[in-house]
Design a protein around this ligand. Structure first.
Ligand SMILES: [Fe+2]
Length: 492
């Protein structure tokens, strides 16, 4: 779900709109697409770093191909591949849209690697870069965090800025990586500045595959994928807007069987994303030594694949029971929840809003036996925010941190339009919906700092990438949670 979920349901039909679209698209297209490597037009990607392995991804251009093809891959410690440390091969074909998604194992923890693929004609893919997760004592980690990347709403300049960073351990995307909508004149529309493929709303396996392929033709997104490993959790738009049990807000009878659409979306996702999926299970844990444990969640699960005992639990029964166990077992300094929407209370009574007091309290209680502090990362809402998450609202004092149990940072959006404020409770320390960009989370054993980077929303339509600026930052000391405004970004 997104802000303005009712106002955006616009059917912009007719030739006048189509003409306007054409004019706008030509004005907003990126200036210089990255040169495509023959045979590998969608470049390469990596994701879900473990200490000894990482997911590697590519796609062969399907033109002129049939049957199946073996693709070989290699991982090296240097960009010239003079020291290759792992090799292998994988089979692809039309059965999986010519994509390759494999786990490269036997790697060394906390190490930067180069990787590439070789197709059956001996052609080399672009060289990708990735990084395994560290083990043991870790001094520092940096993650760029993104959400809500609507191609039709503007250029992915914020992805370009993330790609330019040389200080990332990984980048985290909190959902709405693709959107399912149509271009104006071709169906329900949410975003009208860049031309989509297909131009219609996506409903079938072929549609979802084409939409992923189209997104991955974007040069900024390609570069980001090529240079940094990704950790992703989906939200609703990887399927359709606002699922409920048995359907979705953006699924009508003429769209076919809802369960068929879920299956198509899931299959295309599994083919195109550098993620460790276990069937339809995307909630998972990634460990970064003694410093951070990243727990990815799926708030749509109880709507997409409901179980009889889910009740009204925010995560459903199975996932919440799993989360209790994961948080109870955390041995690192920080537990980081990578999840989709506002967690903490936002209302002036300090209790209402977010996940709701009962389920929020369950998370805080599950983590209590560990020595870790909780950092919650939030997507979906198309605005940045920093919130003190309260474990005792009655004694909350923002100047001392009394009553604060965790801290929450919302990642804004890459291109989706901004929402209104995140609530007027005193625990909502900062919020901004009129800038597009991303969040940088910097972790040390002593503190977490979140820095917000972006540019004014209209600048997403510029052909040339606008400069980003530091919008502000907040830190929280380990063992004494509570947000403090930063005077400068954490040094890179
Ligand atoms: Fe969104």
């Amino acid at each position: 779900m997104d802000p303005h979920s009712t106002t955006r349901r616009r059917f912009l039909a007719g030739t006048a709109t189509a003409a306007a679209l054409g004019a706008t698209v030509s004005a907003c297209a990126p200036t210089a697409p990255a040169p495509a490597v023959p045979g590998f037009s969608h470049s390469v990607a990596s994701g879900d770093p473990h200490p000894d392995s990482v997911v590697l991804w590519t796609r062969l251009d399907p033109a002129g191909r049939s049957g199946t093809v073996d693709v070989s891959w290699e991982v090296a410690t240097d960009d010239t591949f003079s020291n290759v440390v792992a090799t292998g091969s994988a089979t692809t074909g039309g059965f999986r849209d010519w994509t390759v998604n494999l786990v490269a194992a036997g790697l060394t923890p906390g190490t930067r690697y180069a990787y590439r693929f070789v197709d059956d004609a001996g052609r080399l893919s672009p060289v990708g870069r990735t990084r395994t997760a560290p083990v043991g004592s870790v001094d520092r980690l940096r993650f760029a965090v993104a959400s809500c990347s609507n191609y039709a709403f503007g250029n992915f300049h914020a992805y370009g800025h993330m790609a330019d960073r040389s200080d990332l351990d990984a980048w985290i995307h909190l959902g709405d990586y693709i959107y399912e909508y149509a271009n104006p004149g071709s169906g329900e529309t949410y975003g009208e500045y860049r031309l989509l493929d297909p131009v219609t709303e996506i409903r079938t396996l072929s549609d979802y595959r084409r939409r992923y392929a189209h997104y991955r033709s974007d040069p900024d997104l390609q570069t980001l994928h090529r240079l940094h490993p990704m950790i992703h959790v989906w939200d609703d738009h990887e399927f359709a807007d606002d699922p409920f049990i048995g359907g979705a807000g953006n699924h009508q009878a003429e769209d076919g069987e809802w369960n068929d659409r879920i299956a198509a979306a899931l299959r295309a996702y599994s083919e195109w994303m550098p993620t460790r999926l276990d069937g339809n299970r995307i909630f998972r844990t990634l460990r970064y030594g003694d410093l951070a444990t990243i727990v990815g969640l799926d708030r749509q699960r109880r709507f997409l694949w409901p179980a009889p005992d889910d009740g009204d639990l925010y995560l459903g029964r199975e996932q919440f029971d799993w989360l209790d166990g994961q948080l109870g077992d955390v041995t690192s300094s920080w537990a980081v929840l990578a999840q989709q929407t506002t967690f903490g209370a936002t209302g002036p009574n300090r209790r209402s809003g977010g996940w709701g007091e009962r389920d929020r309290g369950r998370v805080l209680s599950a983590l209590a036996p560990s020595a870790a502090d909780l950092v919650v990362l939030t997507g979906d809402i198309h605005r940045f925010h920093a919130i003190d998450v309260l474990d005792d609202p009655d004694v909350y004092d923002r100047s001392t941190g009394a009553g604060v149990g965790a801290v929450e940072f919302a990642a804004g959006s890459i291109s989706s339009p901004g929402g209104n404020g995140s609530g007027n409770g005193p625990q909502v320390r900062w919020t901004s919906g009129d800038q597009r960009g991303y969040l940088l989370v910097d972790l040390t054993p002593e503190r977490v700092q979140a820095d917000f980077f972006g540019f004014p929303d209209p600048e997403k339509l510029l052909v040339r990438r606008p400069a980003e600026r530091w919008l502000g930052g907040f830190s929280s000391r380990r063992g004494a949670p509570g947000l403090r405004q930063a005077s400068a970004p954490a040094p890179g």
